[in-house]
Design a binder for this molecule. Structure first.
Ligand code: COA
Length: 258
């Protein structure tokens, strides 16, 4: 059975985790399918942004599938975590832009999945949390590192060491999500954001995404070097010339991704 429902809207794909009865928890099958989906959009050029969401209104993703986990050996848990880290990193490294539409609770690996996306839009009733210490473990899908980079070490410790759950409003105030959508308009809001990104020159969007991600944490001079190298990539593109032509001709640009 497919673990995701995949739909297309123009240049945007919408991936819905199709596991409402287990609150869209991350099973081995779901993770394998996610990795294959990320690989497909990263190899091709026809999808510029992806909205990632969960089925139903209760959960975006309730983290690792704890029922499956209880049947797994220590070795199998290790292999699962390896695959989780690899998949989340592939998502981050992709030229495609990922927007998490957080339609309900996102706990543990669910919050880590959202953290691996480029942008996060939450429904007003969404709740997020890295709750792992309550289960005797720690975040294993990059949560300790990505949360710090997004909101700062102090706030990350507040959330990770307490394991507490935060509302969408608090997540917005902390910088853990970038937007809270109006009631009933989550998917629409996330798609509009993904479409607005997809309208822009794809190579420029990818270069900007990587400049931000790779420069973070580097000393400023090295980070500025990364920006300069990323800019260089756009200088030779047809799309840069098309952007200038469209400006002179007072019309919207037609970007081709070259
Ligand atoms: N893995 C596997 N199954 C899960 C799950 C998970 N992480 N989270 C929920 N489910 C299952 C429940 O076992 C239940 O299955 P059942 O109908 O066979 O009993 C079903 O999803 C519905 O869960 P329920 O708790 O009744 O729904 P809810 O909407 O009231 O609450 C949650 C949903 C996610 C808030 C709650 O289930 C929860 O706290 N889950 C644990 C989340 C967690 O700790 N994740 C971190 C993992 S590191």
């Amino acid at each position: 059975m497919a673990e995701f429902k995949v739909e297309r809207q123009g240049e945007v794909e919408i991936w819905t985790i199709d596991g409402e009865s287990r609150r869209n928890a991350i099973s081995r099958a779901m993770l394998g399918e996610l990795e294959a989906l990320v690989e497909r959009v990263s190899m091709g050029r026809h999808v510029r942004s992806v909205v990632l969401t969960g089925a139903g209104e209760k959960a975006f993703c309730a983290g690792a599938d704890l029922k499956e986990r209880s049947t797994m050996t220590e070795e199998e848990v290790r292999a699962f975590l390896e695959s989780l880290r690899r998949t989340f990193r592939a998502l981050e490294r992709s030229d495609c832009v990922f927007v998490a539409a957080i339609n309900g609770v996102a706990f543990g690996g669910g919050t880590e999945l959202a953290l691996s996306c480029d942008l996060r839009v939450a429904a007003p009733h969404a709740e997020l949390g890295l709750t792992e210490v309550k289960l005797g473990i720690i975040p294993g899908g990059g949560g300790t590192q990505r949360l710090c980079r997004l909101v700062g070490a102090g706030r990350a410790k507040d959330l990770i060491l307490s394991g507490r759950r935060v509302s969408a409003a608090e997540a917005l105030a902390l910088g853990l999500v970038e937007r809270v959508a109006p009631e009933g308009r989550l998917l629409q809001s996330a798609i509009e954001l993904a479409e607005a990104i997809a309208q822009n020159a794809p190579l420029a969007v990818a270069a900007a995404k990587h400049a931000i991600d790779e420069g973070l944490g580097l000393p400023l001079d090295q980070a500025l070097e990364i920006e300069q190298q990323s800019y260089q990539l756009t200088l030779k593109t047809e799309d840069r010339l098309e952007g200038l032509r469209a400006f002179h001709e007072k019309r919207p640009p037609r970007f081709v991704g070259r």
